[in-house]
Design a protein around this ligand. Structure first.
Ligand SMILES: Cc1cc2nc3c(=O)[nH]c(=O)nc-3n(C[C@H](O)[C@H](O)[C@H](O)COP(=O)(O)O)c2cc1C
Length: 382
């Protein structure tokens, strides 16, 4: 009861005051940068956020992809991913100086629970220059980004996380380096990244192999053929030291590709597939490039992907879980994934449109919806 009232009050404040003020004064990119500054501040003082978690999050544990989570909501990769650097040396110097190169490393797990960190590539990347984030795409609750895998690189990220150990469940998302097309080099870089985390003593609850990088001008389906996925996943599973491997795919794959990929994932011992990453589209101010859309616009394509993956899983009795991701903005969209048999989901855009307590709000709305449906059903039976 207290949880519901508190969530309703914070929702009203965010949606009627904070969000309109933020949207009218800051661009999507400025707001994102400010949010990360705030995260860095709270990394040093997480007590308030831990208290908020205790007040707002229900206790509803689930097991997915070999990992026990305290709720079915996971913050998706791309929020807590760290700053970009021009070189590995620069990134390592920053870690040595004690700089917080991964803002949100402590504050976000404290506030929302499970978080997927990354994507990290083998070497640091500055990402794309200029404006790389847009909101309200086509007048909907959607974002579009071409951040371009900005990150500090696996070596500096692992050195940082070895010194600053996140509390609770977290995953590490490793991406294949964009622009690297040689299969051996690709696999070598992914394995090196993985080893760096493990050798530094960083043991996440899961690793995710991001096969879908649509914002880097790289071919978004290039790593998502059966052969490549099989080769990469087989090599990675052998190295993860019993830490479950998840993979992340795009929403724009053909049915044949989805089916072939599920086969490769099941054969190589992947424990879960995250569907999906963003959908490449032309951004509002730059018709000559593409950028990935997320949020409401992504919902149909992501749900369709999840549905076909679940069908494949059932048809072939694959022991691999499907994690929904794409356009989960409220209880109803969350419920659509759950109806397909999905036990856990990831979200990102909801943080912008529903506020920092989005995960707790979505779960509370889903609870109300389930209760309403049960009661409605009971009334019909009478
Ligand atoms: C600004 C931004 C950066 C992102 N960066 C990454 C990334 O580095 N790695 C990744 O796997 N997904 C990344 N994503 C995709 C999200 O993890 C998620 O798959 C996508 O946003 C769909 O979820 P949503 O509709 O709830 O936002 C990013 C998304 C956004 C909005």
């Amino acid at each position: 009861m207290i949880r519901t009232l508190f969530l309703q009050a914070t929702r009203t404040v965010y949606e009627l005051l904070a969000r309109p003020l933020m949207f009218s004064t800051l661009s999507a990119q400025q707001a994102h940068e400010q949010a990360l500054h705030l995260c860095a501040r709270f990394d040093a003082h997480p007590l308030l956020l831990e208290a908020l978690y205790r007040v707002t999050m229900p206790n509803c544990p689930v097991t997915v992809g070999g990992v026990k989570l305290s709720t079915p909501m996971i913050l998706a990769a791309g929020f807590v991913k760290g700053t970009g650097f021009a070189s590995e040396e620069e990134a390592l110097c920053a870690v040595k100086r004690g700089k917080n190169i991964i803002p949100g490393w402590r504050s976000m797990p404290a506030l929302v629970g499970a978080v997927e960190f990354g994507s990290f590539t083998r070497y640091p990347r500055l990402g794309n220059a200029g404006n790389v984030l847009w909101r309200n795409i086509e007048g909907t609750y959607s974002l579009q980004n071409r951040v371009g895998l900005r990150n500090p690189g696996a070596k500096a990220a692992s050195a940082f996380l070895a010194r600053n150990v996140p509390n609770g469940n977290f995953g590490i998302n490793i991406a294949v380096s964009p622009g690297v097309n040689d299969m051996q080099q690709e696999t070598g870089e992914v394995l090196e990244s993985l080893e760096m985390f493990l050798e530094a003593g960083v043991r996440p609850a899961w690793f995710t192999l991001n096969l879908s990088c649509p914002n880097t001008e790289d071919d978004p389906v290039g790593n998502q053929t059966e052969d490549k996925a099989y080769h990469l996943c087989q090599a990675v599973v052998r190295k993860t030291e019993n830490i479950p491997l998840w993979v992340k795919i795009s929403p724009n794959l053909s049915m044949a590709q989805r089916s072939a990929l599920m086969h490769a994932f099941a054969e190589t011992g992947v424990r879960a597939v995250i569907a999906t990453n963003t959908l490449p589209k032309t951004p509002p101010e730059a018709p000559h490039i593409t950028a990935g859309v997320s949020g409401s616009i992504l919902f149909d394509a992501a749900l369709d992907t999840v549905q076909s993956l679940v069908c494949e899983k059932e048809k072939h009795r694959y022991s691999i879980d499907v994690i929904g991701c794409g356009g989960i903005m409220d209880g109803a969209t969350y419920h659509s994934y759950r109806q397909l048999g999905v036990v856990a989901v990831q979200y990102w855009s909801a943080l912008v449109y529903r506020g920092p307590l989005a995960a707790a709000l979505i779960l509370s709305e889903a609870e109300d919806l389930a209760q309403f449906r049960q009661e409605g059903f009971a009334i019909k039976l009478k």
